[in-house]
Design a protein around this ligand. Structure first.
Ligand code: SF4
Ligand code: SF4
Length: 85
């Protein structure tokens, strides 16, 4: 899963152009900066490599692998101590 903070995006398209599997495309929804943020294509080919997250100059993308999402349900680790949620 790709989480995009849409209003942080400046529309540089680095993520769209650099994704190794062409999983991203420009959305058709303008953000507050007047640009079109990226979104995953309908046919989701994302392999969670995190390149888009690492390359985004505005920190607008977070990649959350499905496995990590499942893990996060079991507990939080705060200050090195696991807590039940
Ligand atoms: S790299 Fe970041 S700022 Fe550039 S289009 Fe993608 S999400 Fe927007
Ligand atoms: S995590 Fe990798 S494969 Fe998925 S959209 Fe970003 S760059 Fe593409």
């Amino acid at each position: 899963m790709i989480e995009v903070i849409k209003d942080w995006c400046k529309g540089c398209d680095i993520c769209v152009r650099r994704c190794p599997v062409h999983a991203l495309e420009t959305s058709d929804e303008l953000n507050k900066r007047g640009v079109y943020p990226p979104k995953l294509k309908e046919e989701n080919e994302c392999n969670y490599c995190r390149l888009c997250e690492l390359l985004c100059p505005d920190f607008a993308i977070t990649v959350v692998a499905e496995e990590r999402k499942e893990e996060s349900k079991s507990g939080l680790i705060i200050g090195g101590v696991a807590n039940e949620v």
